[in-house]
Design a protein around this ligand. Sequence first.
Ligand code: CA2
Length: 152
Amino acid sequence: MAGATILVLNGPNLNLLGVREPATYGRETLADIEEACLEHAAELGLSLDFRQSNHEGQLIDWIQEARENADGIILNAGAYTHTSIAILDALKAAELPVIEVHLSNIYRREAFRHTSYVSGAANGIICGFGGHGYVLALAAMARLIAAATDHD
Ligand code: CA2
Protein backbone atom coordinates (compact mmCIF):
# COMPACT_ATOMS: atom_id res chain seq x y z
CA MET A 1 0.00 0.00 0.00
CA ALA A 2 2.95 2.32 0.62
CA GLY A 3 3.15 4.82 -2.19
CA ALA A 4 -0.46 4.36 -3.29
CA THR A 5 -1.96 7.44 -4.94
CA ILE A 6 -5.49 8.54 -4.16
CA LEU A 7 -7.37 10.83 -6.51
CA VAL A 8 -9.75 13.10 -4.57
CA LEU A 9 -12.25 14.62 -6.98
CA ASN A 10 -14.64 17.46 -6.27
CA GLY A 11 -17.49 18.45 -8.55
CA PRO A 12 -19.41 21.61 -9.38
CA ASN A 13 -19.66 24.58 -7.00
CA LEU A 14 -17.46 22.98 -4.34
CA ASN A 15 -14.94 25.76 -5.09
CA LEU A 16 -17.45 28.05 -3.33
CA LEU A 17 -17.13 26.23 -0.01
CA GLY A 18 -16.61 28.53 2.94
CA VAL A 19 -17.45 31.51 0.76
CA ARG A 20 -21.22 31.05 0.19
CA GLU A 21 -24.04 29.24 2.08
CA PRO A 22 -22.12 28.59 5.34
CA ALA A 23 -25.38 27.50 7.02
CA THR A 24 -25.55 24.44 4.76
CA TYR A 25 -21.91 23.68 4.01
CA GLY A 26 -19.96 25.28 6.87
CA ARG A 27 -17.08 27.76 6.89
CA GLU A 28 -14.34 25.36 5.86
CA THR A 29 -12.94 26.10 2.39
CA LEU A 30 -11.95 23.43 -0.15
CA ALA A 31 -8.31 24.48 0.45
CA ASP A 32 -8.81 23.75 4.19
CA ILE A 33 -10.16 20.28 3.32
CA GLU A 34 -7.25 19.65 0.95
CA GLU A 35 -4.79 20.61 3.70
CA ALA A 36 -6.44 18.21 6.20
CA CYS A 37 -6.36 15.45 3.57
CA LEU A 38 -2.68 16.06 2.77
CA GLU A 39 -1.83 15.83 6.48
CA HIS A 40 -3.79 12.59 6.95
CA ALA A 41 -2.52 11.07 3.70
CA ALA A 42 1.07 11.63 4.85
CA GLU A 43 0.29 9.81 8.13
CA LEU A 44 -1.17 6.90 6.13
CA GLY A 45 1.73 6.83 3.67
CA LEU A 46 -0.55 7.76 0.75
CA SER A 47 0.06 10.26 -2.03
CA LEU A 48 -2.78 12.61 -2.81
CA ASP A 49 -4.02 14.20 -6.00
CA PHE A 50 -6.77 16.67 -5.00
CA ARG A 51 -8.82 18.32 -7.77
CA GLN A 52 -12.03 20.27 -8.41
CA SER A 53 -13.94 20.99 -11.60
CA ASN A 54 -17.30 22.51 -12.46
CA HIS A 55 -17.38 20.49 -15.71
CA GLU A 56 -18.77 16.97 -16.05
CA GLY A 57 -16.49 16.08 -19.00
CA GLN A 58 -13.40 17.20 -17.11
CA LEU A 59 -14.35 15.00 -14.14
CA ILE A 60 -14.86 12.07 -16.53
CA ASP A 61 -11.45 12.66 -18.18
CA TRP A 62 -9.78 12.63 -14.76
CA ILE A 63 -11.62 9.44 -13.76
CA GLN A 64 -10.50 7.77 -17.01
CA GLU A 65 -6.88 8.85 -16.40
CA ALA A 66 -7.04 7.49 -12.84
CA ARG A 67 -7.02 3.94 -14.21
CA GLU A 68 -3.35 4.52 -15.06
CA ASN A 69 -2.36 7.14 -12.46
CA ALA A 70 -4.16 6.28 -9.21
CA ASP A 71 -4.98 3.40 -6.87
CA GLY A 72 -8.31 4.69 -5.58
CA ILE A 73 -10.85 7.48 -6.09
CA ILE A 74 -12.60 9.55 -3.43
CA LEU A 75 -15.40 11.50 -5.08
CA ASN A 76 -17.76 14.27 -4.08
CA ALA A 77 -19.49 14.75 -7.42
CA GLY A 78 -21.66 17.60 -6.08
CA ALA A 79 -24.98 17.85 -7.90
CA TYR A 80 -23.72 15.47 -10.64
CA THR A 81 -24.14 12.76 -7.98
CA HIS A 82 -27.88 12.90 -8.64
CA THR A 83 -27.81 13.22 -12.43
CA SER A 84 -24.73 11.74 -14.08
CA ILE A 85 -24.93 8.27 -15.60
CA ALA A 86 -21.77 9.28 -17.52
CA ILE A 87 -19.80 9.62 -14.26
CA LEU A 88 -21.21 6.27 -13.07
CA ASP A 89 -20.03 4.61 -16.32
CA ALA A 90 -16.57 6.20 -16.02
CA LEU A 91 -16.21 5.03 -12.41
CA LYS A 92 -17.17 1.48 -13.36
CA ALA A 93 -14.68 1.49 -16.26
CA ALA A 94 -11.87 2.72 -13.97
CA GLU A 95 -11.98 -0.56 -12.01
CA LEU A 96 -10.58 1.12 -8.88
CA PRO A 97 -11.92 1.32 -5.33
CA VAL A 98 -14.30 4.29 -5.05
CA ILE A 99 -15.53 6.08 -1.94
CA GLU A 100 -18.38 8.56 -2.31
CA VAL A 101 -18.28 11.56 0.02
CA HIS A 102 -20.78 14.30 0.78
CA LEU A 103 -20.38 17.14 3.23
CA SER A 104 -24.07 17.17 4.08
CA ASN A 105 -26.31 14.25 4.97
CA ILE A 106 -28.03 14.01 1.60
CA TYR A 107 -30.76 11.76 3.13
CA ARG A 108 -31.94 14.57 5.43
CA ARG A 109 -32.30 16.96 2.50
CA GLU A 110 -34.61 17.31 -0.52
CA ALA A 111 -35.89 14.04 -2.06
CA PHE A 112 -33.95 14.65 -5.31
CA ARG A 113 -30.71 14.35 -3.33
CA HIS A 114 -31.66 10.87 -2.05
CA THR A 115 -30.74 9.26 -5.38
CA SER A 116 -27.05 8.85 -6.15
CA TYR A 117 -25.75 7.41 -9.43
CA VAL A 118 -22.23 7.46 -7.94
CA SER A 119 -23.31 4.95 -5.27
CA GLY A 120 -23.73 2.32 -7.98
CA ALA A 121 -19.93 2.26 -8.40
CA ALA A 122 -18.89 3.03 -4.80
CA ASN A 123 -17.40 0.62 -2.26
CA GLY A 124 -18.84 2.86 0.44
CA ILE A 125 -20.45 6.23 1.18
CA ILE A 126 -19.63 8.82 3.84
CA CYS A 127 -21.98 11.75 4.26
CA GLY A 128 -22.98 14.29 6.89
CA PHE A 129 -19.61 14.89 8.57
CA GLY A 130 -18.57 18.03 6.69
CA GLY A 131 -14.95 18.19 5.58
CA HIS A 132 -13.97 15.52 8.11
CA GLY A 133 -15.74 13.03 5.85
CA TYR A 134 -12.82 13.28 3.40
CA VAL A 135 -10.37 12.31 6.15
CA LEU A 136 -12.62 9.38 7.13
CA ALA A 137 -12.71 8.36 3.46
CA LEU A 138 -8.91 8.38 3.26
CA ALA A 139 -8.67 6.07 6.26
CA ALA A 140 -11.26 3.75 4.71
CA MET A 141 -9.43 3.82 1.37
CA ALA A 142 -6.12 2.91 3.03
CA ARG A 143 -7.80 -0.17 4.53
CA LEU A 144 -9.44 -1.16 1.22
CA ILE A 145 -6.12 -0.93 -0.64
CA ALA A 146 -4.23 -2.76 2.12
CA ALA A 147 -6.81 -5.58 2.09
CA ALA A 148 -6.62 -5.89 -1.71
CA THR A 149 -2.79 -5.93 -1.57
CA ASP A 150 -2.82 -8.66 1.14
CA HIS A 151 -4.83 -10.90 -1.18
CA ASP A 152 -2.49 -10.42 -4.16
O1 CA2 B 1 -23.20 17.55 0.56
C1 CA2 B 1 -22.48 17.51 -0.44
O2 CA2 B 1 -21.26 17.39 -0.37
C2 CA2 B 1 -23.09 17.69 -1.83
O3 CA2 B 1 -22.38 16.84 -2.73
C3 CA2 B 1 -22.90 19.13 -2.20
C4 CA2 B 1 -23.54 19.50 -3.53
C5 CA2 B 1 -25.00 19.06 -3.55
O4 CA2 B 1 -25.57 19.31 -4.82
C6 CA2 B 1 -25.15 17.60 -3.22
O5 CA2 B 1 -26.53 17.26 -3.20
C7 CA2 B 1 -24.55 17.28 -1.86
C8 CA2 B 1 -23.50 21.00 -3.74
C9 CA2 B 1 -22.13 21.56 -3.71
C10 CA2 B 1 -22.29 23.05 -3.75
O6 CA2 B 1 -21.41 23.60 -2.82
C11 CA2 B 1 -21.61 24.89 -2.48
C12 CA2 B 1 -20.78 25.39 -1.52
C13 CA2 B 1 -20.95 26.68 -1.11
C14 CA2 B 1 -21.92 27.48 -1.67
C15 CA2 B 1 -22.74 26.97 -2.65
C16 CA2 B 1 -22.59 25.68 -3.06
